[in-house]
Write a protein that binds this ligand. Structure first.
Ligand SMILES: [Fe+2]
Ligand SMILES: [Fe+2]
Length: 312
């Protein structure tokens, strides 16, 4: 499973180790057959630069993200043979049709293989036009295949052996998108609770995935201040759910830097993992484009590795 030479070159490093200090050729194979290996990327922000400025963004804003980096990570994820891939939103820059088309193209292999789960981010519901036409669901949808007739579809539940992925939609349209909070909403939260209970009884681990951050780590990045203005309005309800029912992990994006925060859980501390942006052009270690690879079994999260673009 060597990944050296993969386009968009990647190094593999443990989440807890110093960025760039480790250069390993591949992930170790799962130790037990019950292990479910899940890849996680987020915030591709695919843009058609020539069509900007529009929707509150300049052409220069688009240059913060690189399609090539994202493609390199997707190739690397295929090489390490994940069982399933979760994409936690912000596929597009401002919900333009061409941006969704590019996302669908990039994800086609994963969707066709039935190995993909996608949730929308706030940038995927950026304009009234995109929301009214159900653009995200038509082009991508929860499994990346698109929906002929867009319909409410979250929670989207994906059984993966001893692990069940529960994908939720936290993206909400607002007239001022730069300041609009995300919200999972009472209905989805109620369903998520019920699903956690059912999976607990069945002896399976539940993994939650959505776009917005639940908590922010203490260390702040000044250029990330905009995202703090777009919080998850019902984050407290997620924290409560995690405290009361076993959740193996919460996966999200939105904040374009990677971090892990463990919060009190029903059985043991529950990891909340932000994958950052899989296309971000950045030198800051926590911002560099990456994918996470998680090993889960019925008892929870057993391992976390990162594929980081720009390695040697
Ligand atoms: Fe984003
Ligand atoms: Fe976002």
């Amino acid at each position: 499973m060597a990944i050296r030479g993969v386009p968009g070159a990647a190094i593999v490093t443990s989440l807890t180790e110093t960025e760039g200090a480790v250069s390993i050729l591949g992930l170790a194979p799962p130790e037990e057959s019950a292990i479910v290996r899940i890849g996680h990327i987020s915030d591709l922000h695919l843009a058609d630069r020539a069509r900007y400025p529009r929707n509150g963004f300049s052409a220069r804003d688009c240059e913060r993200h690189s399609t090539k980096l994202a493609k390199g990570l997707l190739d690397a994820l295929r090489e390490v043979d994940v069982d399933h891939l979760v994409l936690t939103g912000d596929l597009t820059f401002s919900s333009e049709p061409r941006e969704f088309e590019r996302a669908a193209d990039m994800l086609r292999w994963w969707a066709a293989a039935g190995k993909l789960t996608v949730v929308p981010g706030n940038h995927d519901v950026w304009t009234a036009d995109a929301v009214d036409s159900g653009r995200f669901l038509r082009a991508i949808g929860p499994d990346g295949k698109g929906m002929r007739r867009p319909a409410p579809t979250y929670p989207h539940v994906v059984p993966l052996g001893e692990v069940v992925l529960v994908a939720l939609d936290s993206a909400r349209f607002g007239e001022t998108p730069h300041q609009t909070a995300g919200r999972i909403g009472a209905d989805q939260l109620r369903s998520a609770r019920e699903l956690c209970r059912q999976h607990q009884k069945a002896g399976k681990a539940t993994v939650l995935a959505f776009h917005h951050h639940v908590v922010l780590p203490p260390e702040r990045i000044p250029s990330d201040v905009l995202v703090a203005r777009m919080p998850l309005a019902d984050a407290d309800q997620v924290i409560r759910l995690v405290a009361e029912l076993p959740v193996a992990a919460v996966l999200h994006g939105h904040r374009h830097c990677a971090f892990r925060v463990d919060i009190p859980g029903a059985d043991h501390p529950t990891p909340i993992l932000c994958a950052g942006s899989a296309s971000r052009v950045a030198d800051e270690p926590v911002r560099r484009a990456r994918a996470y690879v998680y090993d889960f079994d019925a008892s929870g999260l057993k391992g976390v590795e990162a594929l980081v673009s720009g390695g040697t």
